[in-house]
Design a protein around this ligand. Structure first.
Ligand code: SAM
Length: 269
């Protein structure tokens, strides 16, 4: 199946307009991933498919397009320096400011992919607050891909996937379910709420966050898209709240919204 220049332009315009993802240099990736999908599903051309997606941007095919074209690579303990920082600096601060208030810790993992990142955050929280019932440590985890969220919600991972986790965590928070598979215990799963959310949309979650993990997703966005997204996130964080981005990403030190703490760690001004 041939991907014409016109079809390629239509796809990249659609994906960028709706999801902010810049695929203009990813022609080979688009053709490779989409061709397989189209052939498997009986489409005769890219145009036929694009028409269906355009006609119903909230329909099943539009969702499938996102599922096929997003890059969801993640793994347990990725950039683990952030989890140490969370434990050492961020949670003691949240505990201090919240102790005499609502005692809820508001964390948003904003591009959670298949769940490795939010479950790790939850294990750090559970250790820190020692499952103290007085503290509400439920966190929000969102992604645009419904396919990855399905896996994330199940909380099921292969033995090789959980290999990077410390043994103590494996024992405390996971159960072997069959053969090579492990599942997070219910006490952890129920404290991670997964939702579909497009980072290009207005943020409508209630309350302001103490911590936002926005790691390894802005690499797909252009500067202006990043700037606007950071503006929306700024509005939904408490003063002094912490923002973690990917260790290879940067938001600049003088954007006026977030104070630089160390590479990839910022505080809302
Ligand atoms: C490379 S993964 C990063 C996963 C994890 N944060 C990490 O650092 O390991 C990027 C994720 O961002 C999601 N994503 C891309 N564009 C998005 C958008 N506009 N809204 C929400 N999620 C998006 C993708 O679906 C993908 O799962």
């Amino acid at each position: 199946m041939q991907l014409s220049d016109n079809e390629f332009q239509q796809i990249i315009t659609y994906v960028k307009g709706r999801y902010g993802i810049d695929l203009s240099k990813k022609r080979v990736l688009i053709a490779g991933r989409l061709e397989n999908y189209l052939l498997r599903n009986g489409y005769k051309s890219y145009s036929e498919y694009i028409q269906i997606v355009n006609k119903n941007p909230d329909g099943a095919e539009a969702k499938n397009l996102v599922n096929v074209l997003t890059t969801n690579h993640t793994y347990f303990m990725r950039e683990s320096v952030h989890f140490d920082y969370l434990r050492q600096y961020v949670l003691p601060w949240v505990k201090q400011i919240q102790a005499n208030k609502s005692r809820d810790v508001r964390v948003w993992c904003a591009a959670s992919s298949t769940g490795e990142e939010p479950y790790t955050i939850q294990m750090v929280l559970s250790d820190f607050f020692n499952m103290d019932k007085m503290w509400d440590t439920q966190i929000l985890a969102t992604d645009i891909s419904t396919r990855v969220l399905q896996k994330a919600k199940s909380g099921v991972y292969l033995e090789e996937e959980i290999a990077p986790l410390p043994d103590a965590w494996k024992k405390k928070y996971l159960t072997k379910i069959d053969g090579e598979k492990y599942q997070f215990k219910e006490e952890i799963r129920k404290k991670v709420v997964f939702r579909t959310f497009n980072l290009m949309d207005n943020i409508t979650f209630k309350g302001k966050f103490h911590v936002v993990f926005l790691r390894n997703v802005m690499i797909y966005f252009e500067e202006e898209t990043k700037r606007q997204l950071l503006g929306r996130i700024y509005e939904h964080m408490v003063e002094g709240g912490y923002l973690f981005i990917g260790t290879t990403e940067s938001i600049g030190k003088n954007q006026g919204m977030f104070q630089y703490m160390q590479p990839s760690v910022y505080r809302r001004i």
